[in-house]
Design a binder for this molecule. Structure first.
Ligand SMILES: Cc1cc2nc3c(=O)[nH]c(=O)nc-3n(C[C@H](O)[C@H](O)[C@H](O)COP(=O)(O)OP(=O)(O)OC[C@H]3O[C@@H](n4cnc5c(N)ncnc54)[C@H](O)[C@@H]3O)c2cc1C
Length: 390
C-alpha cells in the first residue's frame, strides 16, 4: 500500500500531522499497535485533557536546546488550538494558571480528529505491530503485522516510554538511533517522588496544601500532596522535571506569609507556637514541623535564635528524595531525539531527508499545564505543513 506519508503513532502529534497534511492534499497512513488511537490524550488531565495553556513560550519547556520549540510555537499558538476545539465543537474552560481543559471527555477530540482525517482519505491502521522499518531508493518501507506500507515520507510520532499502561514504548527512540540520530537518555518526569523512611514528614499521606518547592534556581508555587511514599501534586511534578538523583528539594510550607511576622503579631504572642502554626498549616504537618522543644512555648517568649530556627523549619524544609515513582507513574519523560539534527521549521531530520519527528519522542518536555499536548499539536502541525510536493 503506497501513500504520500506513513505516520508511526496515532497519538496527539501523529493525528495533528495527518490532519494538517490531509488539508494540504497529502494522503497519509497512520499505524499504531493500540486498539484505540490517542490513548494518552484520552487519559490526559483526568480525562478532560489540559490541551494547551494561555501562557506559552520556550520557558515552559526543558531539553538540551529549548529554543528549538520557538518556530513551531509561533505557528501554533494557544489561540490556534482553541480554534481547533471550536472547529470540532469541543467546549473548553480556562482554569488556574492559564490552563485550558475540555469540559467534555478529551476522547471526543480524538474521535473527531479520527473521523475528519478518515473522511479526508487518511487510513488509520490500529492493532498493528511494527515488524520492520527501512529506507532504500528514496522510499520508506514499513512492514506491519498485516501489510507492507510504502511512502517517500516517514513521521516518527511514537511518543515516549512514560506511562506504559497507555501503550507507550521506546520504539521511537530505537528507530531514531537506527536512522543515525543521537538520543539524550530518557528519564521519567512529571512524576511523584519517593522520600526516605527516615524523613520526619513520612506518614502524612493525604495532606495537601499550597507550597513552594525550590530546586536549582527554580521555584514552583502550586498545590503539594503528601503520598504514602513521599510527595506529589503539581509543585512536585513540576520540580521533578529538574530533579536529578540525590538532589535536595527546599520546601516553603507557608509561601507568601512570614513565620517571623506571624509570631510578632500582637494577638499571636500569647499563643503556644504549635497552636499558632496549627492556625495556618494542616494540624498534623504543624506538629511535625515545629521543633518539639518549642511547641509549648508562647510565641512572644521565643528568643531570636529559636524564631530563626522555627522560620527555617517552615520556610526552608529540606528533603533529598531517594528516587522517583518511575516511568509507570510518569506523565512524560525527558530526553529523546537530539534536536540539533532536526530542522525546527519542518521537524525533518537533517540526517535522513523525508524522515520527520514529532511530539514527545524529541528531546523536548513541557512542564505541567498543557505544555506537552501543546508541543504535540505544534510539532505535528509543523511537520504536516512542511511536506513538499515531489
Ligand atoms: C496520565 C497522563 C496524563 C497527561 N495529561 C496531560 C495533560 O493534561 N496535558 C498535557 O499537555 N499533557 C499531558 N500528558 C502528556 C501528553 O499526553 C503527551 O505528551 C502527548 O500525548 C505526547 O504526544 P505524542 O504524539 O508525542 O505521543 P503519544 O500521544 O503518546 O502517541 C504515541 C503513539 O504511538 C503509539 N506507539 C507507541 N509505541 C508503539 C509501538 N511499539 N508500535 C506501534 N505504536 C506505538 C502509541 O500507542 C501512541 O498512540 C499526560 C500524559 C499522561 C501519561
Amino acid at each position: 500500500m503506497r501513500t504520500d506519508a506513513i505516520i508511526l503513532g496515532a497519538g496527539a502529534s501523529g493525528l495533528l500531522c495527518a490532519l494538517t497534511a490531509a488539508r494540504r492534499g497529502f494522503t497519509c497512513t497512520i499505524v499504531d499497535h493500540s486498539p484505540v488511537a490517542g490513548r494518552k490524550v484520552r487519559v490526559a488531565g483526568g480525562g478532560k485533557g489540559n490541551v494547551t495553556n494561555l501562557h506559552m513560550g520556550q520557558e515552559w519547556y526543558v531539553g538540551k536546546d529549548v529554543s528549538f520549540v520557538q518556530k513551531a510555537l509561533r505557528h501554533c499558538s494557544p489561540d490556534w488550538v482553541l480554534k481547533l476545539l471550536q472547529e470540532f465543537s469541543i467546549p473548553w474552560e480556562e482554569r488556574d494558571y492559564g490552563q485550558i481543559f475540555c469540559t467534555v471527555p478529551a476522547a471526543r477530540l480524538v474521535e473527531a480528529l479520527i473521523a475528519r482525517i478518515s473522511q479526508m482519505g487518511t487510513s488509520v491502521l490500529l492493532r498493528r505491530n511494527l515488524h520492520n522499518v527501512a529506507w532504500s531508493d528514496g522510499l520508506f518501507r514499513v512492514q506491519t503485522s498485516e501489510e507492507l506500507l510504502e511512502a517517500t515520507r516517514l513521521v516518527i510520532a511514537l511518543g515516549s516510554p512514560a506511562w506504559p499502561a497507555s501503550g507507550s514504548s521506546d520504539l521511537g527512540i530505537r528507530l531514531a538511533r537506527h536512522f543515525g540520530h543521537k538520543v539524550v537518555p530518557v528519564h521519567p518526569v512529571l512524576v511523584p517522588l519517593i522520600c526516605p523512611n527516615s524523613w520526619p514528614l513520612q506518614n502524612l499521606a493525604g495532606i495537601s496544601l499550597s507550597a513552594a518547592v525550590n530546586i536549582h534556581e527554580r521555584r514552583f508555587e502550586y498545590p503539594l500532596l503528601f503520598t504514602h511514599r513521599g510527595l506529589s501534586g503539581p509543585a512536585i511534578l513540576q520540580a521533578s522535571c529538574f530533579w536529578n538523583h540525590a538532589e535536595k528539594l527546599k520546601i516553603d510550607f507557608l509561601p507568601g506569609m512570614s513565620a517571623l511576622e506571624l509570631m510578632h503579631m500582637p494577638n499571636n504572642g500569647r499563643l503556644t507556637v504549635l497552636n499558632l502554626f496549627r492556625k495556618v498549616l494542616p494540624s498534623r504537618l504543624a506538629e511535625r514541623l515545629v521543633p518539639s522543644e518549642l511547641a509549648s512555648c508562647k510565641a512572644a517568649q521565643l528568643n531570636k535564635l529559636a524564631r530563626t530556627r522555627l522560620a527555617a523549619a517552615i520556610h526552608a524544609h529540606e528533603v533529598v528524595p531517594t528516587r522517583s515513582e518511575g516511568m509507570n507513574r510518569a506523565e512524560a519523560s525527558s530526553g529523546g531525539v537530539e534536536t540539533c539534527d532536526v530542522n525546527p521549521r519542518t521537524m525533518e531530520s537533517k540526517r535522513c531527508p523525508g524522515l520527520y519527528f514529532t511530539g514527545e519522542v524529541l528531546d523536548i518536555t513541557g512542564l505541567l499545564g498543557g505544555y506537552n499536548l501543546h508541543w504535540a499539536w505544534a510539532s505535528g502541525k509543523t511537520a504536516g505543513e512542511a511536506f513538499r510536493k515531489n
